[in-house]
Design a protein around this ligand. Structure first.
Ligand code: NAP
Length: 340
């Protein structure tokens, strides 16, 4: 049972320079895509995914983040089902992406990174249909394309889609500072989505400050490092990950990194205990404590998962705690990017 929203859960912040006001936690629907393709999460039940999304909305989260590639359209359909029947004024914003394509006959092949305007336009129409909405709230380029399309061409296409009213805002994910700087004069980069966690800290160096200066919303992904910082991982669980779970092959879940990452979880334990919170909540609160971070996208498979991290919103970290976390990062050597 999710507790009714308290003041922190109802707090909203402006989404960059747009007219949207968002909760600082967003729901990530990658795992809702299930398995049967190159980036699956092992078996996942649609009913549980829908319950998790509805629990998140009931708890005060007002945006859901997905992508066509998640389950090859399946995650967007699940999000569409979760939203259907919700009264209009209670519906969360829906953020999706484009630029990663697949061949339906070869679902386990790596995604094709495509930026051609006709392809992006077709993707946006498919997303609208799967999500069951007339307009997207945010359309982001998932990764830079590898099909030879120039940056100006695909960014220009996203800007046109915004002008045409197909999406309220447009953003970039997994792009370099050079690309952000190139995009801004052509049309405002409404948002940027980098990986942001205690393990992936590189974006705090230059990207997040650039966004803060330009009123570009920053939504960090995988704050729990896809479960590693959730408190439910041990080296035994890592070894036992299903063959159809993408994490099995991820460098974060394999040596030499996984031992350092799990050592970090151990080192954070006493800091979390002193604050009376879980390591998972501490990990999310740490990302949120950085200036320039608008929100974080957290994944959950069940309503209980959601309940297990909403408490991150109530944590304020003082300089003593931040220093203790920096020391834990230095001592374990986990991850990459600035520790302070
Ligand atoms: N732009 C991009 O390229 C990109 C890349 C990655 C992610 N994203 C976005 O970011 C979202 C979130 O990232 P993410 O899904 O990788 O990971 P995350 O938020 O770092 O971790 C989510 C996972 O942590 C575990 N977890 C969550 N709450 C828990 C709880 N209360 N107790 C125990 N375990 C818990 C679950 O894993 P298990 O159930 O497996 O234990 C869950 O699937 C994605 O859904 C997607 O929208 C974007």
């Amino acid at each position: 049972v999710i507790q009714s929203p308290g003041p922190d859960l109802e707090a909203r912040v402006r989404f960059g320079a747009t007219d949207m006001e968002v909760s600082r936690l967003g729901f990530g629907a990658w795992a809702a895509g299930g398995s049967g393709y190159a980036y699956g999460w092992g078996s996942h039940d649609d009913g549980s995914a829908i319950d998790a999304i509805r629990a998140a909305v009931a708890a005060g989260i007002n945006w859901i983040e997905t992508a066509p590639i998640y389950g090859l359209g399946h995650s967007e359909r699940v999000v569409g089902r979760a939203l259907s029947g919700m009264p209009e004024d209670e519906r969360p914003y829906v953020f999706t992406k484009c630029g990663l394509m697949w061949d339906a006959d070869r679902p386990n092949d790596p995604a094709q990174q495509i930026g051609r305007p006709d392809s992006i336009r077709r993707e946006a129409e498919d997303s609208l249909r799967r999500l069951g909405v007339d307009r997207l709230d945010l359309l982001q380029m998932h990764w830079p394309p590898l099909d030879g399309t120039e940056f100006e061409e695909y960014w220009g296409t996203l800007l046109e889609l915004k002008q045409e009213g197909k999406t309220r805002a447009v953003g970039l994910s997994n792009h370099s500072l050079r690309r952000l700087k190139a995009g801004e004069p052509l049309g405002h980069v409404d948002s940027f989505q980098p990986p942001l966690s205690l393990i992936k800290r590189r974006a705090f160096d230059e990207l997040v400050p650039w966004c803060a200066e330009h009123r570009t919303a920053v939504i960090g992904y995988s704050p729990l490092q896809s479960g590693l910082l959730s408190g439910s991982f041990t080296s035994e669980r890592v070894q036992a990950l299903a063959d159809n779970d993408w994490r099995r092959e991820s460098p974060d879940f394999t040596e030499p990194n996984v031992s350092r990452n799990l050592a970090l979880v151990d080192a954070l334990g006493p800091i979390a205990a002193e604050l009376g919170v879980t390591v998972r909540e501490l990990a999310i609160a740490w990302v949120l404590s950085h200036e320039g971070v608008t929100g974080v996208i957290v994944g959950a498979r069940t309503p209980a998962h959601v309940q297990g991290w909403m408490g991150a919103l109530g944590i304020s970290l003082d300089p003593v705690h931040l220093e203790a976390i920096s020391s834990a990062l230095d001592q374990t050597g986990a991850g990459e990017g600035p520790t302070r």
